[in-house]
Design a protein around this ligand. Structure first.
Ligand code: ADP
Ligand code: GN1
Ligand code: MG
Length: 361
C-alpha cells in the first residue's frame, strides 16, 4: 500500500486498509483513504510547483477553518469547512519527500463537474458568496500570500511573455509556439483590457476582501440528498482578493455549456440563463457588496476566463509543469475553451450588463 508511513503519523482509530487516487483536482495529488472500521479520509500531497511555502499555507487554513468553526458555534449554525487532522506531533501536515495533509472525507457529498440544475448552481453561488461574507471580520493581514499575484492578470501576462521568450529559445518547445499561434495573438490583443480589475484593486476602487480564489464548482461539496451546501473545500488559495475573482471564476466555469477541456469548440458557449441564476445567488449571499463591485460583475467571468486561458497557454509553452495534464496538448485545448468563452462573453456584453442591472437595482 502506498503512503502507509505517512498515514502512520496521524492518530487514526483503526489500521488503513485502502488508499487510492481520487477526484479531479488539477493541482494537488488526492487520495481516498479507508480504514478497517470504515472511516474515510482524504490524503493530499500538495503541489510543490504551485505552493512554495506549505507551512504558511497550512497556517492560513488552520486560521480560517478555526475562525469559521468558532463563528458557527457562536451563531448556532452549521460549519461549512473541514479542518485538517493533526498528526501525533500536533502538526497539520507531514513533510516527507513532499508535504502531505489529511482531512476527513465528507460522506454523502457530491462534487460536481457541471451544475445539474439551476438550483445546484444557485447553491454554489450562495456557498462562495457566504464564504466571503463570513470572513469579513477575519484579520486579512495575518494571511500569507500562498501564490503571489495569483489573480493579478497583468502579472500573468508578464509571466506569459517571459515563457514565450524562453520557449522560442528551446528547440523542443518552439514547435508549441506554432501550434498556439492563434491563441498567442488572441491573448496579446486583449492585454490592455485584461488589467481593468487589477487597476481598480490597486487604486482602491474595489475593496479587498478575504476571498477563496479558486471557486471551481468541484470545490464545493453538496449534500447528495438535499443538494444543499455541505463544505467549501480546497482552501489553499484563501488570501486577500476581490469578490469579483470568486464570482467570476465560478461563473466562467459553471455557465459554460461544455467541459473545461472540450475539444469541440462549437459546444462551448456562455449561458446567459446560468449567468443570471448565479448572479442572483451570489449577490444575495455576499452582502455589503459596493455599488462599484455590483456594476463591475460582468468583468468577473470575462477577466477570469481570459486570465485562466493565458495561464493554460503559459503552461503549455512551459512544457506542462503546473496543471495536471492527461495528454500533451491538454493545456492548449483548455486554453481554447477559455478563449472561446471570452469571445462569447464579448458578444453578449450588453445583455450581461442588462441582467446585472436588473438584479442589482
Ligand atoms: P486540487 O487543489 O487539486 O483541486 P482539491 O482539494 O480540490 O484539490 O481536491 C480534489 C477533489 O477531491 C475535489 O474536487 C473533491 O472532489 C475531492 N475532495 C477533496 N477533499 C474532499 C473531502 N474532504 N471530502 C470529499 N471529497 C473531497
Ligand atoms: C486549478 O485546484 P483546482 O483544480 O480546483 C487552479 C485554478 C484554476 C483551475 C482550472 C491553485 O483549480 O486556479 O482555475 O485549476 N488552482 C490553482 O481548472 O492554481
Ligand atoms: Mg480543487
Amino acid at each position: 500500500m502506498k503512503h502507509a508511513d505517512i498515514l502512520e503519523m496521524f492518530c487514526l482509530e483503526s489500521p488503513v486498509t485502502d488508499c487510492r487516487e481520487y477526484g479531479n483536482g488539477n493541482i494537488n495529488s488526492t487520495f481516498l483513504v479507508t480504514t478497517e472500521k470504515g472511516s474515510r479520509y482524504i490524503l493530499q500531497r500538495l503541489s510543490e510547483e504551485a505552493f512554495k511555502d506549505v507551512p504558511a499555507l497550512m497556517e492560513n487554513i488552520e486560521g480560517v477553518t478555526g475562525f469559521l468553526q468558532k463563528k458557527a458555534e457562536r451563531d448556532g449554525t452549521p460549519v461549512h469547512v473541514l479542518a485538517p487532522l493533526k498528526t501525533k506531533e500536533g502538526k497539520t501536515f507531514v513533510e516527507r519527500d513532499g508535504y502531505y495533509r489529511l482531512t476527513p472525507f465528507a460522506e454523502n457529498s457530491l462534487s460536481l463537474e457541471a451544475p445539474e440544475s439551476d438550483e445546484d448552481f444557485r447553491e454554489c453561488a450562495r456557498a462562495f458568496g457566504t464564504f466571503i461574507s463570513e470572513l469579513a471580520e477575519y484579520p486579512a493581514e495575518t494571511l500569507h500570500e500562498t501564490i503571489p499575484n495569483f489573480h493579478n492578470t497583468p502579472d500573468r501576462y508578464r509571466i506569459f511573455r517571459e515563457t514565450l521568450e524562453r520557449a522560442k529559445a528551446d528547440s523542443e518547445l518552439a514547435t508549441r509556439i506554432d501550434e498556439a499561434a492563434e491563441e498567442i495573438r488572441f491573448a496579446l490583443d486583449r492585454e490592455e483590457a485584461a488589467g481593468t480589475l487589477q487597476k481598480m484593486r490597486d487604486d482602491g476602487i474595489l475593496p479587498e476582501r478575504v476571498t477563496h480564489n479558486d471557486t471551481k464548482l468541484n470545490n464545493v461539496l453538496l449534500d447528495k440528498d438535499t443538494r444543499k451546501l455541505m463544505y467549501v473545500i480546497d482552501l489553499d488559495t484563501v488570501m486577500p482578493g476581490l469578490s469579483l475573482y470568486d464570482y467570476g471564476d465560478c461563473v466562467r466555469f459553471g455557465a459554460s455549456t461544455a467541459a473545461e477541456d472540450e475539444k469541440d469548440l462549437s459546444k462551448v458557449s456562455f449561458d446567459l440563463h446560468m449567468f443570471k441564476v448565479f448572479t442572483e445567488g451570489f449577490v444575495e449571499a455576499c452582502d455589503n457588496m459596493t455599488d462599484k463591485e455590483k456594476e463591475m460583475l460582468p468583468y468577473g467571468p470575462k477577466t477570469l476566463a481570459l486570465e485562466l486561458g493565458v495561464r493554460f497557454l503559459t503552461d503549455y509553452l512551459d512544457g506542462d509543469r503546473y496543471f495536471h495534464t492527461a495528454y500533451p496538448g491538454h493545456n492548449l485545448v483548455r486554453c481554447r475553451t477559455q478563449f472561446k468563452l471570452v469571445r462569447d462573453i464579448e458578444s453578449k456584453w450588453d445583455e450581461m450588463n442588462e441582467i446585472v442591472k436588473e438584479i442589482t437595482e
